[in-house]
Each structure stands twice: as C-alpha cells, then as structure tokens.
Design a protein around this ligand. Structure first.
Ligand code: IPT
Length: 971
C-alpha cells in the first residue's frame, strides 16, 4: 500500500476507524532515554488531504500550524461546529499538514524493537516511514505509538512523514469550547527496547503501605521465551512475587504464548500516604529479566500510597471527606496554542497551588502527560477527562454505533495511560455529549479495568443526581444553583457526592458569590466542592496590524496581563472567522499570560488552610486542612486601626490537628473604635510550589466596631460654587459630581441580560434636568431629575462647607420599576497628575460586594494605573469594596481626600464607563489624563450569569431611596 492508498481509504470520514497499526496504550514511560524528533521539520499545508503536494517550508514540532504558518488561522467556537457537515462527514476544504524529516536510526539499535511515539496530532494522523504506510491514529490528546522495526534499518537514515488532517469524523467528538487548532501538538520521539519488553505496568498502592504491581510482558521476536521474570523495588526495598496470582505455572508468573503476566507485592512500613496536601512519592523500579538474570527492560514509577472510595454519599481520600477546590484546565498557551512545555505546566500548577486550588479537571481531554507527573509531585486531585465532546450533535452521536469504538477507545486509552498516577482520583467519560449507550460501553470498560476509582460524567448525572444505575458515581452538575445542591443534600434522597464539574464561570469580571457558595458547601454534608470554570483566559497573542498570531517568538510581548503596544489578546472573531463565539473563550481565573485575576485572591482566602474567628473575646485559629498541622506555616499579626496606623506583632501558630481549632491570646489589647486583626500567613520553609515567606492567606477578623459617622459640623470654608448648570465647581475636578446608575457591562451583565435592560431604561445615557437649586444658610441644595424608561429618578445633592472642605449629602429615589440597576452613586473626574490612590478599606485587590472575602480591610496604596484590571473585553473594572476614606495625590503631596459617610464601593481609573463599554479590546482604550472616580452607595454584585447563576438577591441594588454622604477636602 503506497501513501496514496492510505489516503484513499479516507479514514478521516470513518468513525469506526480509530486507529490502524497503532500499538496498545500503556503506562510504561519511555520518554527518558528516547531520541527526540522535536525540532524543525519540512512542512507543507495542503488545502485538503487529497490535495497535490506543493512547496516545502519548515515548521517546528511540536506546534500548532494555526499559530505558526499563517495560512490557516485559529477559529473559536463553543458548542457550534465551525462547518455544517453532519457526522461523520467533514468539509471538502480541509487543511492538511504534511510533515517530513529524516532520522538517523542508531546503529546500536540493531536487533532491537524500534518504536515511534507521536505525542498528539490533531485530528487524524497518518504515518509513513520510508514511503511505507505505518499507521493511523485519532484522538488529538493522546499519544500514538507505531512499531517501526520492520520499516527502518539501524545505521541508516529513515524518512518519517506525517499527514495530519484537520477536520474529520473525530472533529465531531472534539467539539470542545476552545480554539480549533491543528498540528503535531506534543513531542515526537523514537525509542528502542529489547524484543522482550514490559508492555504495561499497573500499580496499586494503598494508604496502609500495601503495594501491588501487575506487569505485562511481550516478546516482539515471537512466543515468550521460558525463564523470564520480573523484579520490583520501592525505594530500594524488593517486592515479592505473588504466587497466588500464578495460576498456570510453577514459577512466579502466568505465561501464555504471547503475553506474560507477573504480579509483585510488598508493604512499605510506616508509609507516608499521598494526598494533595502531602504529596509523598516513592520510587518504584520494575525490571524484566531474561532467563540468565540480565535485565531486558526497566520501568520507573513515582508511586503515591493513597485510597479513594465513595462511602455513602461522601468521596473519601485516605478515609477523609476532602473538599475539592478545583479548577478546569486546558492545555493552553497564548503563543503556541495547545503546545505546552514542562515549565509552562509547572508554572500553571504553582499558581493554582499558591491560590488554594487542590484539584484539576483536565477539561475536556487528557492533558499533556507531564501534567500528571507534576500533579503527583505538587499535590492535586485530578479528574481525568476523556477527549469526547460531541456538543453540536450530542444526541445523535451518543447512541451512534459508528462512534462506539471511538468512545471506548478514548476512555480506555486514557485510563491505560494515566492509571498509575496517585493524583488521578476520578475518571471522566468526557463532556457535553448527551448520554447514550456509547457512554455506558466506555463506563463498563473502566469499571472492569480499574475498580479502584469512581467515574463521573455530567451528561449522565444530570438525568438524576441520585440514580445509581447511571454512568456517574458522582453527582457532578455544571453551574447548578447552590440552593439546588443544598436542597438535594437535605432531601434524604442523595446517594452520591455532589462535586460540581463546573461552577463559578470566570468570564471577565466575575465569580460573584464564591464565598457564599463555599459557606453552603462547608455547612452542608453531601456537598464537597467543585471545579471553577476555568483556569485560562484563552487569548491568543495577535499582531494588530496584520491580524496574525505572533507565535512562539512572542515571549516578552506581554506583561501583567496586558499585551505590548501593537498587540492584543485575540478572542473569537479576531482572526476573521465569521462563525465564532466571541469573548466566551476568555473565561479564566488567569489572564493569557497567567497573571492572576483578582478572583484568585478571593479563592485563596476561601481555600485558606488557616481561618480566624473572634467571638466574645475568644480568638480561635482553625486548621482547615484535612491531613496536616500548621507547622509548615509561619505568621505575623497585624492590627489595622481606623486612624491610619497598622501595628504588627510576631505570631506563633498553635499546634492544632486538621479540622480542629485552638484558642490563642489576643496579640493586642482591643482598642477603642474600629479595628481589624489580620493574620498574615506565609510558608515557613521552601515548598515545591513556593519559596519560604510566600504569602498563603490573610484571614482577618474585626475587633472593635466603627463609631457612627459623625457628620462634620458646618464651618466657614470656601463657599459652594455652582456653574450655570448647577454643577459643583471645584479646582481639582474637571467633571462635577453627578449621579451614576450604570457601569460598563461586565460579561455577566451582557450575557445575563442586565445590560440590555439598563440600555432599555436609558441608564447608559442619563440626561440630568435640574429642577431646584436653593441656598439654605451656608448649604446649597441641588435637585435634579433623570428620566428613565421606568420613571424619573430624583437626585438631591446638599453641599455644605465644612472645615477644610465640603460635605456632600446625596439621595436618589429610584422608582419601583428600576429594580436592578448597576449602581447608585456619584461619579466625578479629577485634574491630571493625581496618580496615587491611598485608601482605607478592602484591598489591595479589586473587590466587589459579592466578591470581597479575599480583600482584607487595611490601609492600601497603589498607583491609579495599577488599580484597573485589564479584562480582555473592557468592562467594569478596578472597584474596591468597603472603602471608608481615600486620598488621590500627586508626587508633591497635593491632591484631594474623600471621607465616606459609610463604607462604599469606590473605583478610580482612567476611563469613563462609556469608554469601557465602547471598546472591544483592551488596546483600543485611550486613558484619560485625570481620574474617573466613582463612589457608590450601592453596587450590584457580579454574579456569574454569563454561564450560571446570577448574583443573589442580597447583592442587587433595590429601588427606593438611597442616601449617602461624603466629605471632599483638598490636601
Ligand atoms: C460548559 C462547557 O462544559 C465548557 O466547556 C464551557 O463551554 C462552559 O460551559 C462555559 O464557558 S457547557 C455550557 C452549555 C453549560
């Protein structure tokens, strides 16, 4: 069969063909000692698999040609397919990459079995070596191996050619919510083994130290030779052969003529169990011996001793009902698309760890194999998800027998690859693919092959959270209202742990009510957590002038979440796609350069290992972990006083068992008036994910309460000056304080329908009509009316000169119909040059009424330009919650200060709300020279309505009368 014949089979339109010539998946890691074929390859991109060869160029392997070649660009769709063909068909225009290179096959490989491993190819891979067809593989996120022993000659060069077809029957089950790319996305390598080789190793390690290692052996040269045996050692301690397992032969193993099986057992005394908090790993070495004792093959494994089980409605790790503080992770990089390096992955996990995550769902496909090594090492619970998402044609495909092999193939190969990772605690059958017989077939395979782990599948679980016959051992809904989860847990009908596979959609300025969600989880037996959607904002770095992805040369062209001038983070539609789903791809807790969004601090505090409470003068330190004490942490006390001072004192963390609390003496006498006690917790030693001294959390309690706002007495001061429109004239203000009821819609506001209502009410273009101006002694009263689609809003401002400045008392009366506005407050603009904000309130991070747990009260200071959060699609940003007082100053210490009558939501940035709302990308924004200052009596919560529940009623801005007051002084 020549290359043309392989092509002529049109395997890209044959779902029943999942592979041809491909070796069985296994868990023997061949990466070390292999010959890397990564690097520069000859490359050409054809318009279709049947296209004629053209000019050769070069490309880097691994990589996505969609970010490398410029001829076929990334396209983003969520559920919809990018083209209209029904499964299993694919479009005639079908970019096809041809990769070719020559490899010198080492002469010393003579007599050995030679294997080619392609880490991942998207979406159909056809392999030819020296012109001969070698194999076919599908599944864009798992490796394919081919035996080349018969087609190459050690000592000679060999020509390796890959044909990678972008669109196929497989695309219909790879319809994940992400960029469509294509290419060889993971490393390619070549290795050699003895003809007698370890075909697979399965490790089962229990938390009591018991270890079982099942080994499969094959001989490429023919029937298995007699006398071979396997040995194994954990940290040098030899394991025993399991003779009970030996049913066929007097020796230690079962031998048929083509497959040898051996079982080793051992017990590690006083083992340190593995958990996400205590990722203890042991070295296991398995050796396959020839009859003469010489070693034919070796396999190394990092073993974690741990148990996973579902007991009643609880998921237990090592017998403990652990909380799953998870996040969904894609293999993503803003320059290389889907190709990620070990350093990239380690950096992802380090960020997750530093912000309190202990679990990862590999949405929505098996991630790069190194990810699991790192999860084992750094400590994460992993839900390993198979590469199946048939979203657009979910119903048809779930029961389509033509796709049955693909479902079983994808799920089983994932399990075969990843089964030895202690981090993997749950198998997922895929995402958003309805539920059908194909899922049950795959589930059946897993239950038989790996009874040690539960499986989950949202598409099955959603039919009935309690039905034990469905292919899901976990009730794993997505975006379920937390009240529904609580109600189910209290219904008496719950049979499975509730762990949401996706919750709290992180699109733009989002993740409202995360703390309330967790309060409900922690107070409701049966709820165990979930996975935030998602880790990444998948913005691809793009040159603005020619619209091309920058590609791998772009390191250094971004910083702190912002692309360099002339560049931007592209989202759906930015590559000229007509079919796309816009900014829905930017829905992560980190920016495309991995800069954490403010929600990360919220999550860090919610997930904190240490919590503080203070009731009736008893200060308690709580250990919120499951498996360890606080000895790995150090701490310092901070007392924040309303007068602007912060006192510090060294803190001694008590010896307290997981889940328990200890009373500690108050480090400071409780002072008069408002005061806040913070425990700044840091790492006491170097951790694999954080050097000594890294901040871990900032739990805070209020000690003294505020004295009520004493309105300053009227005093002789500069008289109140109004202009012809009855607007305040002030030397430091370029735009006078007026009423604001609107914010630049967040993604949640847009997709949740709030923005449209605000627009219909006219809140984005309020017109002020002065209805009364009067002087009452030194006070000046201005009454204005704003017409809205739901009736007029009456706004009153009372200006009173006070010592050193001006007191402003305001009220706004919202008609009943304005039952959900963005904010009620004041907006004004300052002269240029006031570039630093000092404030007493929550911070230093951005915070909003329903996302303010992670921002402790303190005296904070930041340059105005650093207050703004550069969400990819510009929107309301940079707010600070619970602000009592702030100062905006120039370097010469001139400026203004504002004292709020009650803690309010304040934002200071360079953009008016309408500037933000008019821009589609951050780079389109033109900063104003002065500051736009909002101080809000009420500000709507953020919620998560772009995909999931809106904020709860308590964070809505109610109609009726709002009153607020503030005092403006010149420094
Ligand atoms: C859910 C998907 O599983 C996920 O891939 C992503 O699209 C997310 O939503 C939203 O960003 S599916 C949705 C229809 C609930």
């Amino acid at each position: 069969m020549r290359r043309d014949h392989l092509i002529a089979l049109r395997p890209w339109e044959a779902p029943e063909v999942t592979s041809w010539g491909r070796l069985a998946m296994n868990a023997v890691d061949r990466r070390s000692g292999a010959l890397s074929l990564d690097g520069s390859w000859h490359f050409q991109l054809l318009p279709s698999p049947m296209g004629c060869s053209g000019e050769w160029t070069r490309t880097e392997v691994p990589g996505t040609w969609t970010t490398q070649s410029g001829d076929d660009l990334p396209q983003y769709t969520n559920a919809q397919m990018p083209w209209g063909e029904f499964p299993p068909a694919s479009p005639a225009a079908n970019p096809t990459g041809i990769y070719e290179r020559s490899v010198d096959i080492p002469a010393e490989w003579a007599g050995r079995r030679i294997v080619l491993q392609v880490g991942a190819a998207e979406s159909v891979l056809l392999v030819h070596v020296n012109g001969k067809p070698v194999g076919i593989s599908k599944d864009s996120h798992l490796a394919a191996e081919f035996d080349l022993s018969d087609v190459v000659r050690p000592g000679d060069p060999a020509t390796v050619r890959f044909t990678v077809v972008k669109w196929s029957d497989a695309s219909h089950i790879e319809d994940q919510d992400q960029w469509w790319h294509a290419g060889i996305t993971r490393s390619v390598l070549l290795y050699a083994t003895d003809p007698l080789y370890l075909a697979d190793v399965t490790v089962r390690a229990r938390r009591d130290g018991r270890l079982r290692v099942d080994c499969q052996v094959r001989d490429a040269a023919g029937p298995l030779p007699p006398g071979w045996y396997v040995t194994g050692a954990v940290d040098g301690q030899l394991l025993a052969q399991d003779t009970e397992f030996d049913r066929f032969n007097a020796e230690d193993m079962r031998v048929s003529d083509f497959l040898g099986e051996a079982r080793l057992r051992g017990t590690v005394e006083n083992v340190w169990p593995w958990s996400a908090e205590t990722p203890e790993l042991y070295d296991l070495t398995v050796r396959l011996h020839r009859a003469d004792g010489s070693v034919a093959d070796t396999s190394h494994h990092r073993v974690g001793f741990r148990d996973v089980e579902i007991h009643g409605r609880d998921l237990l790790v090592n017998g403990e009902r652990v909380y799953i503080r998870g996040v969904n992770r894609h293999d993503f990089h803003p320059l290389t698309g889907r190709t990620v390096t070990t350093e990239d992955m380690r950096a992802d996990l380090v960020v997750m760890k530093r912000f309190g995550f202990n679990a990862i769902r590999t949405a929505h496909y098996p991630n790069d194999p190194t990810l699991y090594d790192l999860a084992d090492e750094l400590g994460f619970y992993v839900v390993d998800e198979a590469n199946i998402e048939s979203h657009d044609h979910a119903h048809e495909i779930a029961d389509d027998p033509r796709y049955l092999p693909a479902f079983v193939d994808r799920v089983s190969r994932m399990v075969l690859r990843d089964k030895n990772h202690p981090s993997v605690i749950i198998w997922s059958l895929g995402n958003e693919s309805d539920y059908g017989a194909n899922h049950d077939a795959a589930a059946g395979w897993v239950r038989r092959h790996d009874p040690t782990r539960p499986i989950q599948y949202e598409g099955a679980a959603k039919l009935d959270w309690a039905d034990l016959t469905l292919a899901s051992d976990i009730a794993c809904p997505m975006y379920a209202p937390i009240e529904d989860c609580v109600a189910h847990a209290r219904s008496g009908k719950q049979t499975k742990p509730i762990i949401q596979c996706e919750y709290s959609h992180a699109m733009g300025n989002s993740n409202g009510t995360l703390a309330d969600t967790w309060a409900a989880i922690e107070s409701t037996p049966g709820l165990q957590g979930g996975f935030i959607w998602e880790f990444w904002d998948h913005g691809i770095l793009q040159r603005v002038n020619d619209g091309r992805p920058v590609g791998r040369g772009g390191a250094g062209l971004y910083e702190h979440g912002v692309a360099a001038p002339g560049h931007r983070w592209a989202y759906g539609g930015d590559f000229g796609e007509t079919i796309h789903d816009g900014a829905f791809i930017a829905d992560g807790v980190v920016f495309p350069d991995r800069t954490p969004k403010p929600v990360m601090y919220e999550h860090r505090e919610i997930a904190a290992p240490v919590r503080l409470t203070h009731h009736q003068d008893v200060l308690l330190v709580h250990n919120r972990q499951h498996f360890r004490g606080l000895e790995w942490l150090a701490a310092e006390w901070r007392l924040v006083l309303a007068d602007g001072t912060t006192l510090t004192a060294p803190a001694e963390l008590p010896d307290v068992l997981p889940g328990e609390s200890a009373a500690v003496p108050l480090p400071f006498p409780v002072p008069e008036g408002e005061s806040w006690l913070t425990l700044r917790v840091t790492t006491a030693d170097d951790e694999a994910w954080a050097p000594l001294g890294t901040e871990v959390c900032l739990p805070q309690v209020r000690l003294g309460t505020a004295v009520a706002d004493a309105a300053p007495e009227p005093a002789a001061g500069p008289a109140v000056t109004l202009d012809a429109d009855a607007l305040l004239v002030h030397p430091l203000l370029t735009a006078a304080p007026v009423l604001s009821l609107w914010r630049a819609p967040t993604d949640n506001d847009e997709l949740g329908g709030m923005a449209a209502r605000w627009h219909d009410w006219g809140l984005d273009e309020l017109v002020r009509k002065v209805v009364d101006v009067r002087e009452e002694g030194s006070r000046v009263v201005v009454v204005a009316e704003y017409a809205t689609g739901a009736g007029p809003v009456r706004h009153e401002q009372v200006f009173t000169p006070v010592a050193g400045g001006l007191r402003v008392e305001e009220s706004a009366e919202l008609p009943e119909g304005l039952d959900d506005v963005a904010r009620v407050g004041t907006v004004f603009e300052t002269v240029a040059g006031l570039d630093v904000l000092d404030w007493y309130g929550q911070g230093p991070w951005e915070s909003y009424p329903d996302r303010s747990t992670g921002a402790p009260v303190g005296h904070h200071s930041l340059p105005v330009d650093e207050l703004f959060t550069p969400y990819l699609r510009p929107q309301e940003s940079g707010g600070r919650h619970g602000v009592r007082r702030f100062t905006l100053s120039a370097p010469d210490a001139t400026g203004l200060t504002v004292e709020l009558g009650a803690p309010g939501q304040v934002s200071v940035n360079r953009y008016r709300a309408e500037d933000l709302a008019a821009a589609a990308h951050h780079d389109e924004l033109v900063p104003r020279p002065g500051c736009v200052v909002h101080l809000d009596a009420a500000h709507r919560g953020l919620g998560t309505a772009s995909c999931g529940p809106d904020t709860s009623a308590e964070y809505l801005v109610a109609p009726g009368t709002h009153r607020w007051a503030w005092t403006l002084r010149v420094l």
